[in-house]
Design a protein around this ligand. Structure first.
Ligand code: E4P
Length: 268
């Protein structure tokens, strides 16, 4: 069993089926923006769609489903509802709770309370929108099964603040560029620091590297020791590509003599 898990960051059924058939998928993460992308493409039956995601993944391959409210009572209620509604499909629902959905700086602990409540009921929680190691530590203390540091968004943040122009999938060095976010040099550095703290204190909460923007970042969060990386389908496909692989494929094809084809019964 390979210990790093690969999740797909999508709510798209054909992407999930393709990755499952390829044998590389350990789970899936969704969020309201990924659900919106499917609704925008014309998906009508959202509950049926989520059920199908749970079925495609199947038992033992977690599907993260996010609450939509930002107050404690409703996050707790929605988390329980989502779990009761979708876990029976394949026993793989995980509830996503934002670490701190307060927009006015009041009641910053509502996310932690929802994590604690759901975890105490045996409902697995994936803490989302984690941008600092200290948020990750507190989520773990509250009982979260998973914490999701948003590597790509931290890179975006550091780059935007320094006035850099960049495209969504552009690589940002794991070691940073001299500018940082309160001691965090990059998204990969954020993942690494959380992994280090959890190792130091033997914390069992899994570190899920989220907001992955390119294949090199996927490699670097693996090097940083992430338990899970959730990856967009486009990035997963790029992880398979290399110019020399393509060149070799073409050359082997050109060099396949008829004698070799005969072995397989391939006609001229
Ligand atoms: C996963 O749990 C997150 O919702 C997702 O990775 C966010 O990615 P983004 O920053 O590319 O939207």
């Amino acid at each position: 069993m390979i210990k790093i898990k690969i999740f797909l960051d999508t709510a798209n059924l054909s992407e999930l089926r393709q990755a499952m058939e390829a044998g590389v998928l350990d789970g899936c993460t969704t969020n309201p923006s990924l659900i919106k992308a499917e609704v925008d493409k014309g998906m009508k039956d959202l509950e049926g769609h989520i059920e199908e995601i749970c079925r495609i993944l199947g038992k033992g391959k977690p599907v993260s489903l996010e609450v939509v409210s930002t107050d404690y009572e409703n996050m707790a209620r929605e988390g329980e509802f989502l779990y009761k509604r979708f876990n029976p499909v394949a026993g793989n629902a995980v509830i996503k709770i934002p670490i701190n959905p307060s927009t006015d700086g009041k009641d910053n602990s509502r996310g932690l309370r929802a994590i604690r409540y759901l975890s105490s009921k045996g409902i697995p929680v994936n803490t989302t929108l984690v941008m600092t190691p200290e948020q990750a530590l507190l989520a773990a203390k509250a009982g979260a099964k998973i914490v999701s540091p948003f590597a790509g968004r931290i890179d975006d943040y550091i780059r935007s603040r320094s006035g850099a122009k960049f495209g969504k999938e552009d690589y940002f060095p794991a070691g940073g560029t001299g500018k940082d976010d309160n001691g965090i040099a990059s998204g990969v550095d954020l993942v690494k620091k959380i992994v280090d703290i959890f190792k130091t204190y033997n914390i069992k909460t899994e570190v899920l590297a989220a907001s992955i923007r390119n294949e090199r970042q996927a490699r670097e969060v693996a090097l940083a020791g992430a338990d899970i990386a959730t990856i967009p389908f486009s990035v997963l496909m790029k992880m398979l590509q290399h110019e020399k692989t393509l060149e070799g494929t073409i050359k082997f094809s050109q060099d396949t003599v008829q004698e070799y084809k005969n072995v397989f019964g391939i006609k001229k």
